[in-house]
Ligand binder design. Structure first.
Ligand SMILES: [Zn+2]
Length: 99
């Protein structure tokens, strides 16, 4: 009877150890895949960039670039530049009388 209990305990310990090892392996594999993905992004030249207008991520190849910002479409680029021009005009209006 005692032997059976010892066997059960050994079995339980082995089972838990195996579970822990499996989880560790899964985490390691996941981290490795993320690492590989990061490497591919850096070297592939098709990096994801964020549209400065709508914050959507698009591949660099499909993105539009203007004034150091990325955009998902020419429409958003135009809207952003328009807004920026208005902001700049307001800024100069505000600082005009003070200066
Ligand atoms: Zn956009």
């Amino acid at each position: 009877m005692n032997l059976l209990i010892i066997r059960l305990i050994i079995f339980a310990v082995l089972f838990l150890a195996g579970l822990k090892l499996y989880r560790m392996y899964r985490e390691w594999k996941l981290g490795r895949e993320e690492l590989l993905e990061g490497d591919r992004d850096a070297s592939g030249g098709n990096q994801m960039v964020r549209c400065a207008w709508c914050q959507v991520h698009v591949p660099e190849n499909d993105a539009q670039r203007a004034t150091g910002e990325w955009f998902c479409s020419s429409a958003h680029r135009d809207r952003y530049l328009q807004e920026q021009e208005q902001r700049d005009a307001q800024d100069s209006d505000d600082s005009g009388p003070r200066a």
